[in-house]
Design a protein around this ligand. Sequence first.
Ligand code: FAD
Length: 488
Amino acid sequence: MNTSRVFVFKQLKSLLRVKCSSAAPSNDLRRLTSTPGSCPKVCVVGGGPAGFYTAQHLLKAHPAVQVDIYERLPIPFGLVRFGVAPDHPEVKNVINTFTQTAQHERCSFHGNVNVGKDVSVQELQQAYHAVVLSYGAEGNRSLGVPGENLSGVYSAKDFVGWYNGLPSNKDLKADLRSETAVILGQGNVALDVARILLSPLDILKKTDITQPALEALAASRVRRVLIVGRRGPLQVACTIKELREMVNLPGTKPEMVTAEFQGIAEALKDLPRPRKRLTELMLKAAQGSCEGGGAEKRWGFRFLRSPVEILPAPDVSRAAGIRLGINRLEGSGEGARAVPTGEVEDVECGLIISSIGYQSLPIDPAVPFDPRKAIIPNRMGRVQEAAGLYCSGWVKRGPTGVIATTMNDSFDTARSLIQDMETGELDISTAKMGSQAVAPLLLKRGVSPVSFSDWEKIDTEEMKRGKAAGKPREKMLDVAEMLKAAHA
Ligand code: FAD
């Protein structure tokens, strides 16, 4: 470790309470940095939770660092806006913290900049001392079975993007004519989708769900949602909050197959507490299950089933059912494996939503990418064999975990970056131009960035439209419309 650098850094930290971007740096700053007026400049790629939490920690931990956030869309907040279910407004309160970060005097937001296309990672590296990649997981894992491209089959990513107003999913036109829907996967996203499909309209109307989704759900014929998993009741991936919401959903009843819960009551005593509570609730729901009658709408888990084929309608125009392979479990607990028995079962349904996971994609040939794990290979957020490159959030550890998990791993990445500045591992001795070097490139390429105050104009307009409709906001669905409002 370079001890003199650490000493200088610590002096800087204790002495500086100045804004580094000020035109005239203080005497302390001039004395303690090798290049007069040079402040560490970091850019973050992606304006979702990982990007904002990384920026927040950097700004808090270093008295002079400047952070620029580049976001592909004209709108910040990533999956908080486009993933989190519309009937979970309390989760979206993190936006207030992100807004404070964006408004920090040493932070700038640059929306409508698609990194990898409008500007390369290499160009960002030339302009900044460090680049943090926090661009999430924008792809989805495919089912890999025949028929998955038939009409009526959607990825949960697209379906969620549709009801949450993601511009690229605005034309999805979900076909909700089928009475039975099958969701493949038993995680929280699967339960979000099931809940949205079955929620009374009166509940949804008061959320920020998009108007086209609300209209489609009003005309929906879906009455029964089966949530299918390849393993058993002790391996479901959802959490108790989401399951409780299903159990308490007005106008619906569980429809489970009680035989699938054989031996589960006996296993309860050996389960760790969170799994035990989840399983108890599931058992209770199974015991109160209507198995076919009762409430108008029904939902249920189906276990030990894997998709084998999507069955087409006679004219092959759309899905009419799904063939499920029946599995048995090998081993027990979280590590149990699903093994095909060779038997199959056909379920009639015209709506199939695959919720088997999001997936990160490579952003730029200059950035290492592990195609098997679909993450950027890293050690504590330091991208392997790429000095000055860091990563945080879903692209760092894979597409699992809630916002709090993303917060912790983003703080870890920020700590690694700060440590590297302290030890000299990250060279901050020469001045970098930051956004002043990037802005002309974007101008030349016809890209017009959206600042945070531009976004606030979009925000104000959306809330105004929402108020008129009795909703918290009416989201704009079109990038061109967003840009018009931003630059009005
Ligand atoms: P993201 O949120 O995806 O952010 C990545 C950002 O990078 C996006 O804004 C994207 O536009 C941007 N980007 C992508 N490519 C580029 C590029 N080339 N250039 C510039 N920018 C780019 N957690 C909870 O705690 N509670 C919940 O209720 C909850 N519900 C969820 C529901 C769904 C459907 C999903 C999928 C997740 C949910 N989560 C929830 C998890 C939570 O959303 C994630 O933990 C978190 O969003 C991950 O943050 P991230 O910043 O890594 O990714």
